[in-house]
Design a protein around this ligand. Structure first.
Ligand code: CA
Length: 229
C-alpha cells in the first residue's frame, strides 16, 4: 500500500484529503507543522508528499527544496494562491505537480495516482539493489521496509520495523530497554521503556515459531535484549 504524507496546517483540509485518499486505498498520515513534517519526510519512507505552501515554521518552499536534495519521492504542492504556484514553478524547486485550492477531492486522488504510477515506472526502469538482511528464515528488506519469515510477508509498524532492523543489524550485542528506546523513539515521543517491551512482544509474535523460546530476539534477564545469530 502506498504511504502518503500530507503536510498541511489547515486541519479540516488535511482531514478531508486524508479521507478521500484512504477511500482510494492509500495509507495517509498528516503533519500540521512545517518542522515536524520536514523531519518525518526526511526520516521516514513515504511514497508521495502533499505539501501545502504556506505553513507555520518551515514553509513549503523550504520543505520542497530540502526533500529534493535527498529524495526523488513525488511532491504535490498545494497553494491557495495561483500567483504563488506560478512563482514556485519559476523557482524550479523540483515539485512534481501543483494544485490550487480549492480543488476537488477526485482531482487530488487522480493526480496522486498518476504521480505514483509514473514514479513506480521510473524506479522499475533503473536497477536498484535492495539492502537485505537475511538471518535463517528471517528476511528484512531495508529498502522496501518489508519483513518475511520463511518466505511469508509479515506486516510491521514503523517502530516495530525500526526496532527489529536495529537489533538484527547489531547482533550479539545486548541492549538495555533504555538504550533501545533512545535509539528508536525520538525525544518528542510519548512513552517509556515499557513501550520497548510491548514492541518486542509484538515482533516476536510475528517472527518467532515459539514465542516462549525465541530464536531471534533473546531476553537477557535484568539487562535487556540481544539478537541471536
Ligand atoms: Ca497553509
Amino acid at each position: 500500500m502506498s504511504k502518503l504524507l500530507i503536510i498541511e496546517d489547515e486541519e479540516a483540509i488535511a482531514e478531508l484529503e486524508k479521507d478521500y485518499l484512504e477511500l482510494s486505498g492509500f495509507d495517509v498520515e498528516i503533519e500540521t507543522s512545517g518542522n515536524r513534517g520536514l523531519e518525518r519526510a526526511m526520516k521516514e519512507d513515504f511514497d508521495l508528499f502533499i505539501l501545502d505552501l504556506m505553513l507555520p515554521e518551515t514553509d513549503g518552499f523550504e520543505i520542497c527544496k530540502r526533500i529534493r536534495k535527498n529524495k526523488n519521492t513525488p511532491i504535490l504542492m498545494v497553494s491557495a494562491k495561483k500567483d504563488d504556484i506560478d512563482k514556485i514553478r519559476g523557482l524550479g524547486l523540483g515539485a512534481d505537480d501543483y494544485i490550487t485550492k480549492p480543488f476537488s477531492p477526485s482531482e487530488l486522488v487522480a493526480r496522486v495516482k498518476a504521480h505514483l504510477a509514473r514514479y513506480e515506472r521510473l524506479i522499475g526502469s533503473t536497477v536498484i539493489e535492495n539492502e537485505i538482511i537475511e538471518i535463517r528464515g528471517l528476511k528484512i528488506d531495508k529498502t522496501a521496509r518489508r519483513v518475511y519469515i520463511n518466505g511469508e510477508e509479515k506486516q510491521f509498524t514503523t517502530k516495530e520495523f525500526d526496532l527489529l532492523t536495529f537489533l538484527a543489524q547489531n547482533p550479539n550485542h545486548v541492549y538495555t530497554k533504555e538504550e533501545l528506546f533512545n535509539k528508536i523513539w525520538d525525544m518528542e515521543s510519548v512513552g517509556d521503556i515499557a513501550t520497548v517491551t510491548v514492541h518486542i512482544k509484538k515482533i516476536r509474535e510475528k517472527i518467532e515459531f515459539n514465542t516462549a523460546k525465541p530464536q531471534y530476539i533473546e531476553t537477557i534477564w535484568g539487562v535487556g535484549y540481544r539478537f541471536k545469530v
